[in-house]
Design a protein around this ligand. Structure first.
Ligand code: FE2
Ligand code: FE2
Length: 184
């Protein structure tokens, strides 16, 4: 049975999913791992985590921007460290070209999502675009990790999730991968 999109996030989920399909170009279009479908699920988990963690509207929007742009500038499906920074630059340019409000927090989350937490946290807390900047960064990395079931049945080790809120999503994310998600 297809999994349900929580009613509290449905509107935002549909808005940013549609935005991605209409406005975001993925340079590694042949990828079967880092697809727009992957980014849709990251968006879903990011929005659920934002509600659970009681993030502000600006922090939640930053997560949505990061979800739909973060893997758009990959060169390959391996670690490809640096794809986060390239995606962040693409996002910055897109904000100017399409009158999308630019969020520094979204930029930083994207630019550092392919680095170790300690590195990303140090930079993001220095910019301090939000009092919860570190929490937002780690929520994004957990949302990205919750889609690791696509890499195999053991793709996600729950011990690597950073918050209890994310650990509570383990079963849901597994079911979304195996059963699919209702049409949003
Ligand atoms: Fe990535
Ligand atoms: Fe990703």
């Amino acid at each position: 049975m297809r999994q349900v999109i929580p009613a509290s996030i449905r509107e935002d989920y549909v808005y940013w999913k549609t935005y991605m399909h209409e406005h975001v170009d993925f340079s590694h279009g042949a990828s079967v791992i880092h697809t727009k479908a992957h980014c849709e699920r990251v968006l879903l988990y990011a929005l659920i985590l934002a509600r659970k963690l009681k993030l502000t509207e600006a922090e939640t929007t930053s997560l949505c921007h990061a979800a739909v742009y973060h893997d758009s500038r990959r060169h390959d499906d391996w670690l490809d460290v640096g794809h986060g920074k390239r995606a962040a630059e693409y996002y910055r340019q897109a904000c100017q070209a399409e009158a999308l409000p630019f969020y520094r927090l979204a930029y930083d989350v994207m630019a550092w999502h392919d680095h170790a937490d300690e590195e990303g946290l140090a930079v993001i807390r220095e910019h301090a675009a939000s009092p919860h900047a570190g929490l937002v960064y780690q929520a994004f990395k957990d949302a990205d990790a919750l889609d690791r079931f696509r890499l195999g049945p053991d793709g996600l080790d729950v011990r690597y999730l950073r918050s209890e809120a994310a650990r509570q999503l383990y079963d849901y994310a597994h079911a979304v991968w195996t059963d699919g998600l209702e049409e949003g």
